[in-house]
Structures are given as structure tokens and as C-alpha cells.
Design a protein around this ligand. Structure first.
Ligand code: ASP
Ligand code: MG
Length: 472
């Protein structure tokens, strides 16, 4: 049985919801799945604006925004639910949620303070609304469907906005509640992202938390696979906006996915799927606009990796723009110990996070995000040595498990980059990535040349796919 998670763009409009419904119905032919939904795209952001407006006593604005949330969902009901009786009943459910939202707005406005606890309650309405409509539409279309309030299952600590599940309790709840419903052949539709404390206060797992919900539920059931439905063709060989012939990667290991997302690629955040990977449950990243394509499977399971001709030297190229290099140089570093520790102490004190490092005996270069506030840090570093800054650079990382065991990769990378001014080079300790820094203006050229070098057809036949049937 599968856990199917749909992100906001895959259910954000009536036509997107219809596509998602067909995908779920197709899956049900094999076995009734557990469906985990995000809020419709844009709704969580809207609810956050509502919360902030209420907390600031901008009551009229909060009510107006709440009206927009209401309208969006009423329109969905209008299009998706055909039967008059049912439509009336679903509209009433929508009105009940919006009524609760409006009461919360007024409460927060009167108290004059937005607490972490009420903030999470504000955020929870998006998922409650999307799942209510989806589940009713599925039911109407004749697919036995049960709506489940996940707050009865996903019991968390009280770290509002980044709550963590009480695992043993949740697992028990999943086995007692969700599992029997699924085994009886029901599609179960439930909310991602939200949970509840033991004493019934609504919590959230943090922005983008629906993927985490799906992985956790999949691990507790356990499910055979987890499908993350988005609006892109799985994980790509690189950003298609930079290289138009970027392709979707068929299979990648968990380490590769993790490394890529740390390095700036828009992949699932690895922590969110860790519960599934730990149990060897494959995670598919799929496109609800092209459900027939295979997407990407992330797994460490050797049988799946083998079966999908796992290989290829480079798996993907990640780019992180908006970086800046700090070059530090001091002759006093020569033969001294403790100097690096002092430098990094200053970064720690200033709260500036270091991304890439490269050193020699008397100098060290580091990249940091351009948005970091560097003034105080630079004053302190200048007391220890010479410092200069190179703004507007980007880190480019070439990632692949097989880099570890291959010769000549560096040569190929750097010959592909012969026309580019490389500002810094570093090979990660994981040995599955080679990273370097280029000037902002050179990013496109550098990435295109690299993509051409490593993803030409002879290089990758059978490993990267243009669209293909998933279940053939
Ligand atoms: N709706 C939530 C958010 O926008 C959770 C999610 O989409 O995963 O952050
Ligand atoms: Mg998301």
C-alpha cells in the first residue's frame, strides 16, 4: 500500500484537484492508499498574513484575508461537488472552519497578542479545508473514502511551529486507527503538516511539513512506498531554468538526495524523508501534471537501485546563488596552532554560517550567504589578518555517489570550465561532491558546460529518463 502526498500546487485549483483524484483512483486499483494533503498553494502564506494582521490588531485586513481563503474554498466546492445535497453539506463544513478562523482572529485581536499556540491554529485551517473538499469529492466520485483528522493520530510535543511527534504513541495510533481503515479497502484522506499535543492543542511540524507527515505515517504503517506528488518531473539533473535540457533522474540514493538539498537544489529536505529511508521504504518524487512519467525514486535499497541500472558518474548539478567569499590571510597562521579555531570562533560569535571552506597554510577562503550581516565579524577578523570580500558569487556542486570511486572526474570538470573564472574549489568530505565557486555572471555558462560534459546521451543512456511509463 502507498502513502500519496500531494503538495499545494498539485491540489491548488479545481483542475489540479481533479487530476489528483484521478491519480488516487488509479492507485486504488492496486490497493486503497493513504492520501496526505498540503493546503492549497498560497493558502498557508495567506493564513500567516491573517495571523499577523490579527496579532497587530489590523482587524479589517485580517477579516478580508480570511474572506479570500473562504472564497477560494467555496469555489472549489462549487466546481468539484455536483450533488446539491452534498454541496450544501460541504459548504457548511467550509463555513464552520472559516467561522472558527474568524473567531480566532477576533480573539487574538482582543487579547492584542499572537501566541505561538494560536499561530499554529491559524495555519492548520489550510490542510483541514483542502482535505475536507478532496475527501468529499472522492466519495462523490464513488471511491470509498474516509476523512481522518490527523490530530487524533499525530500527537506531538508542544514546540509550536516545529513540533516533533511522540513516536511510540503515534505509531500505536496509526496501527489502531489508520491501518484498519485502509485494510478495509478505504482510501483515507488526511492532513499533512499539522498535529496535536496530548491535551488537544493544535501544532504544526514546520513549513513544508507535509512531506515529513507522509514519511512518518509511511514508516509507522509501514507502507510499501511513499509518493510525493509535486509539479516537477522528480529530481532533475540541474535547474531546468538554467539548462533547458535538464532531465529527470530515475533513481538516487538517500545520501545523494541529502547532499543535493544541502547544496541548494530544490529536492526534498532529507530530514523530512529520513523516517522512510531508515525503514527502506522507497520515496518517489512524481509530477501530478505528467502522472505517466516515472519521476525519481530515492532509496538505499540495493534491489531497487540494481533494478534501475543505478549508475552514471554525476547525478546532478546543484547551484546556490547569492553567496559571497570572505578571503582571510595572515602570515601569523604559518606553523601556528589554534589560529583556525580563533577564526571560526568569530564566525560563531557573529552567528554567521559558513558554507564552503578552502585553506592553505596562510590563508583561508569561506563562503557565506550574501544576506548574512557581516559588519561586526569583519571588524574582528581584520584585527587578526587581511580580509577581502568577493560579493555576488555562486557555488556550483557536482554530486554523485560514483564520484568516490572514479578517476579523472576533476579533470573533466575543470576542462569543461576552462573559460570560467573559478574563485574557489572544495571537495566535500563525503567525497560525493566536488564544489567550486564562480562569479554570478558565469553561472549559466559554467552549468551548461558541465551539463553538456556529464549528461550527453552516450554518458547516461539508461540512467536518466525522458518521460516513460512508471508501472511498465
Ligand atoms: N501547507 C504547509 C506549508 O505551506 C505545509 C506543506 O505544504 O508541506 O508550509
Ligand atoms: Mg511542500
Amino acid at each position: 500500500m502507498a502513502v500519496m502526498k500531494f503538495g499545494g500546487t498539485s491540489i491548488g485549483t479545481a483542475s489540479a484537484m481533479k487530476r489528483a483524484m484521478l491519480i488516487v483512483a488509479e492507485e486504488k486499483k492496486k490497493k486503497a492508499p493513504l492520501v496526505v494533503l498540503s493546503a492549497c498553494s498560497g493558502i498557508t502564506n495567506r493564513l500567516i498574513q491573517v495571523a499577523e494582521a490579527a496579532g497587530d490588531s489590523r482587524l479589517a485586513e485580517a477579516m478580508e484575508l480570511s474572506g479570500e481563503v473562504r472564497e477560494h474554498h467555496r469555489e472549489l466546492v462549487d466546481v468539484l461537488i455536483n450533488d446539491g445535497e452534498r454541496r450544501k453539506a460541504v459548504m457548511e463544513k467550509v463555513e464552520t472552519y472559516i467561522g472558527e478562523l474568524d473567531m480566532l482572529i477576533k480573539g487574538v485581536d482582543i487579547v492584542g497578542e499572537l501566541t505561538a499556540r494560536s499561530f499554529d491554529t491559524f495555519c492548520s485551517f489550510g490542510e483541514l479545508l483542502s482535505t475536507t473538499i478532496f475527501s468529499e469529492a472522492m466519495q462523490e466520485a464513488g471511491h470509498g473514502t474516509v476523512w481522518q483528522d490527523i490530530r487524533e493520530v499525530m500527537i506531538t510535543d508542544d514546540n509550536f511551529s516545529s513540533a516533533r511527534p511522540l513516536e511510540a504513541l503515534c505509531e500505536k495510533n496509526v496501527k489502531n486507527t489508520l491501518k484498519p481503515l485502509l485494510e478495509q479497502g478505504n482510501i483515507v484522506v488526511t492532513q499533512g503538516f499539522i498535529g496535536s499535543t496530548r491535551d488537544g492543542k493544535t501544532t504544526t511540524l514546520g513549513r513544508g511539513g507535509s512531506d515529513f507527515t507522509a514519511a512518518l505515517l509511511g514508516a509507522w504503517l509501514p507502507s510499501d512506498e511513499i509518493q510525493i506528488w509535486t509539479d516537477v518531473d522528480g529530481v532533475m539533473t540541474c535547474d531546468p531554468r538554467v539548462v533547458p535540457d535538464a532531465r529527470s533522474i530515475r533513481v538516487m540514493t538517500f545520501t545523494e538526495a541529502a547532499e543535493l538539498s544541502y547544496l541548494g537544489a530544490k529536492v526534498l529536505h532529507p530530514d523530512t524523508i529520513a523516517p522512510a529511508v531508515k525503514q527502506n521504504i522507497p520515496v518517489y518524487v512524481l509530477n501530478s501534471l505528467h502522472p505517466e512519467t516515472r519521476g525519481t525514486v530515492i532509496t538505499d535499497n540495493p534491489a531497487i537501485l540494481e533494478g534501475m541500472s543505478y549508475g552514471g558518474l554525476v547525478k546532478s548539478i546543484a547551484v546556490k546563488k547569492g553567496q559571497c567569499i570572505i578571503n582571510f590571510r595572515s602570515n601569523r597562521m604559518l606553523g601556528r596552532h589554534g589560529f583556525m579555531a580563533n577564526i571560526f570562533d568569530e564566525f560563531a560569535r557573529a552567528g554567521v554560517s559558513v558554507e564552503m571552506i578552502s585553506t592553505s597554510e596562510v590563508s583561508v577562503s569561506l563562503t557565506v550567504s550574501e544576506s548574512a550581516s557581516l559588519e561586526e565579524l569583519l571588524v574582528e577578523l581584520r584585527k587578526m589578518g587581511e580580509v577581502d570580500i568577493e560579493p555576488d558569487v555562486a557555488t556550483i556542486s557536482v554530486v554523485g555517489d560514483n564520484l568516490r570511486a572514479s578517476k579523472g572526474v576533476a579533470g573533466r570538470i575543470f576542462s569543461a570550465l576552462k573559460d570560467v573564472n573559478i574563485r574557489m574549489i572544495s571537495q566535500g568530505a563525503s567525497e560525493i561532491n566536488v564544489g567550486f565557486v564562480v562569479e554570478g555572471q558565469d553561472v549559466s555558462k559554467a552549468v551548461q558546460n558541465l551539463h553538456h560534459e556529464f549528461f550527453s546521451d552516450s554518458e547516461t543512456s539508461g540512467i536518466f529518463e525522458s518521460p516513460m511509463k512508471r508501472h511498465q
